[in-house]
Design a protein around this ligand. Structure first.
Ligand code: MN
Length: 713
């Protein structure tokens, strides 16, 4: 088991001014918090955070990362809280530990390829600080190293599968290849133990011969470079079993045919020496066409730089050789982690911004990658995604654009779920439908079979699917309503002519009429009537001889030219319909500002009632239609006002004066006086809107001798 002193030694080796006190305090706190807890291996639990911190030190990370690594399981597994960590170690450590804890709640179930990609993206999106991911990787690495202590093979395989699908690719994308490689190899052991053992045996079979071969090649290269005046370090190693296996699978090779199971690396001082060395290697051994890659001139998006070549080696074997500088070698090992090296204490926001700018560039630079395979491999590193990731009730992860709402979520599940959406819960609590969703939330939609979409949703939905489905629905509804309205107008108009529209509509003559008006189906013609563009009388005239048509002025339901010019002043818009015939309920006399509801009345267009009108409540709810006051209209509306007062000279004149001062016109006034000199006055006044009415009623109450004033209906 690694000791805290080993970790401190590692850290001081790469950073002289590291905050060792912070690391020491984190160690003591973690030891106290985990006291008494034991790992499956039988070791004290503390061994785990220590090993994780050790891995982070191997990545040469800063003291904040090391301390956070020591504390990473404290909030999840002990009595201590985020606040405790904050009080003891400050904001930065607390945020990182909270981030690691939060990632622990992401279910990794059924990591199928597509879902795995989403989980990886979600991890990156959820981590505000990339060090959260680095700790998570170190945590997973140690758990893989100790996976053998899990007794159940099923559990081992499940964890190995997650590691292979989620964590290894994540390490690769962040450019931390040594972790990627170790995670893959260890997962491979649990996922395909037979194959692993087979390859291991094959590699070991001629191990001695191979090791001698490595040594001789190393010597040859060193000698050649020395001749040319280049000092370098030459490394030779067996590729890991998993990459050998991948090569066998992807290139359909037998083990005997996988020649380059050994890889060499030449490390030099400068870029130009790398190119020079490449030339010398090619003069020594023949390169294989198409196998030379220059990642120095064109780095991988995760900053990886190196020259790669494959040559026919001294015993006619293929050998892969990588050539790079010391600096490139460090980046290749630590990737993104390189940015938290040597950066101790007081990191200013500007510096942090700079780091993030670098990561952003890294993401942006993917655009310029030439090799399409390379592009696919790396395109998915997206640390600042335009997407968010939320959980469905089944635990699946759904990707949505930033700013998406529960409505977008609902439509993405299914069009019907969207149409019937009446509410939404986030993490179990109801939220307004226009709320923006955030990564990591568990979202649930509440539906009602009777419910229908609202046009208002169009104001805030973000996905084109939701938008088009809602639009479609609204359009269909408008058409249906227009058809119904048109049908009712026809029925009434035909009745006036002693004709039965429904019977006639099934006859051949009607088909001809429909075609005559340029429509394919009767419904289209009816919709046109509903929209007020055609009149029922026009149809009747086509069906019966002209002189037989009764024209009593009622049959002509659709607006005449006069009526439509007057309609501009209706001050009402009917949901989704232009040119609708509008009347106002005489029973309730609504004025602008009053809540209103429309009612499709038989053959009379739409009647607008006060929403609280007693009459409308008795009507058929199926025929309700949403209407709104048109705020741009300057129309005035008749309202009956009832005034009770005690008679006096000049009373009526005073009331008329108040009314005209308020800018209203009096249409009619009826007055009755009883024996007690009590006066009842009914005034019909043209009112602009609700506030106008309220003011006028108040002003009338101020008139001397007036006892009560109210709107009559
Ligand atoms: Mn852990």
């Amino acid at each position: 088991m690694i000791r805290i002193n080993d970790i401190i030694d590692k850290v001081t080796a790469y950073s002289a001014e590291a905050d060792l006190d912070l690391i020491g305090r984190a160690y003591i706190f973690s030891a106290r918090a985990h006291a008494g807890q034991v790992r499956l291996s039988g070791e004290p639990y503390l061994s785990h955070p220590l090993e994780v911190a050790g891995i982070l030190a191997d990545m040469k990370l800063d003291a904040i990362s090391i301390a956070s690594g020591l504390l990473h399981d404290v909030v999840e597994d002990t009595q201590f809280t985020e606040d405790d960590v904050h009080d003891m170690f400050g904001k930065e450590v607390a945020l990182i530990v909270a981030g690691v804890t939060r990632l622990g709640t992401v279910p990794l179930k059924g990591a199928k390829a597509r879902q795995a990609e989403n989980i990886r993206k979600m991890f990156l999106a959820m981590a505000d600080d990339i060090r959260v991911i680095l700790i998570k990787l170190a945590d997973r690495l140690h758990n893989m190293r100790t996976l053998k202590y899990h007794k159940a093979q099923k559990t081992q395989q499940k964890i190995a599968r997650e590691t292979m699908d989620i964590f290894a690719p994540m390490a690769a994308r962040l450019g931390i290849y040594w972790i990627k490689s170790e995670l893959e190899n260890r997962s491979f052991y649990y996922l395909q133990p037979d194959t692993y053992i087979e390859i291991e045996a094959l590699v070991n079979k001629e191990k001695q011969a191979r090791e001698e071969y490595i040594e001789s090649v190393q010597a040859l290269i060193t000698q050649k470079m020395a001749e040319k005046g280049l000092s370098c370090e030459v490394q030779g190693r067996f590729k890991n079993y998993y990459s050998i296996y991948r090569k066998m699978v992807t290139q359909a090779l037998d083990f005997e045919d996988v020649y380059d199971i050994i890889a060499f690396r030449i490390i030099l001082d400068t870029d130009s020496k790398c190119y020079e060395a490449l030339g010398h290697i090619h003069s020594l051994w023949k390169p294989i066409d198409g196998k030379i890659k220059d990642y120095i001139a064109r780095p991988k998006p995760n900053m990886y730089q190196s020259l790669h070549t494959t040559v026919i080696g001294p015993v006619k074997d293929r050998m892969e050789i990588q050539i790079r500088t010391h600096e490139m070698d460090q980046v290749a090992n630590s990737g993104i982690a390189a940015h938290w090296r040597y950066k101790e204490g007081g990191k200013s926001d500007k510096e942090l911004d700079h780091t993030y700018a670098w990561i952003r560039d890294l993401v942006a630079s993917q655009e310029s990658i030439q090799d399409p395979d390379e592009y696919l491999e790396n395109v998915r590193i997206d640390l600042f995604p335009e997407a968010i990731y939320v959980f469905t009730p089944r635990g699946d992860i759904m990707e949505l654009p930033r700013g998406a709402t529960p409505i977008d979520f609902a439509y993405k599940i299914h069009t019907d779920v969207g149409h019937q959406c009446v509410g939404a819960k986030v993490n179990g609590r109801m939220i307004p439908l226009r709320t923006e969703l955030k990564t990591g939330q568990h979202v649930e939609v509440v539906t009602n079979k009777q419910s229908t979409p609202s046009k208002d949703w169009l104001e805030f939905v973000k996905t084109s699917k939701a938008r088009s489905r809602i639009r479609n629905w609204v359009k269909t509804q408008e058409k249906e309503r227009s058809i119904n309205l048109g049908r009712e107008m026809c029925e009434k108009a035909f009745r006036k002519q002693k004709l039965n529209f429904n019977t006639l509509s099934k006859k051949k003559e009607m088909d001809a009429v429909v075609a005559d008006f340029g429509f394919k189906k009767l419904d289209d013609l009816l919709a046109n009537i509903g929209y007020g563009k055609t009149t029922p009388l026009q149809i009747i005239r086509k069906i019966v001889p002209k002189n037989a048509v009764v024209t009593d002025g009622i049959t002509e339901m659709a607006p005449s030219k006069d009526a439509s010019s007057k309609k501009k002043g209706d001050g009402i818009t009917v949901q989704g319909m232009d040119d609708m015939l509008i009347r106002f309920g005489n029973c309730c006399q609504p004025v602008p500002g009053d809540p209103v509801i429309g009612y499709i009345s038989r053959g009379q267009g739409v009647t607008v009632h006060h929403a609280e009108c007693k009459n409308v409540a008795r009507l058929d709810h199926e025929r309700y239609i949403d209407v709104e006051w048109d705020s741009s209209s300057e129309a005035a509306y008749p309202v009956d006002i009832f005034v009770e007062s005690l008679d006096r000279v000049g009373l009526l004149a005073d009331m008329a004066g108040v009314i005209s001062k308020s800018g209203a016109n009096i249409i009619s006034a009826n007055t009755a006086t009883n024996k007690k000199k009590e006066v009842s006055t009914t005034l019909t006044v043209m009112i602009n809107d609700h506030n106008h009415l309220i003011r006028l009623l108040a002003d009338l109450r101020e008139v001397r001798n007036v006892r009560s004033v109210r709107k009559l209906k």
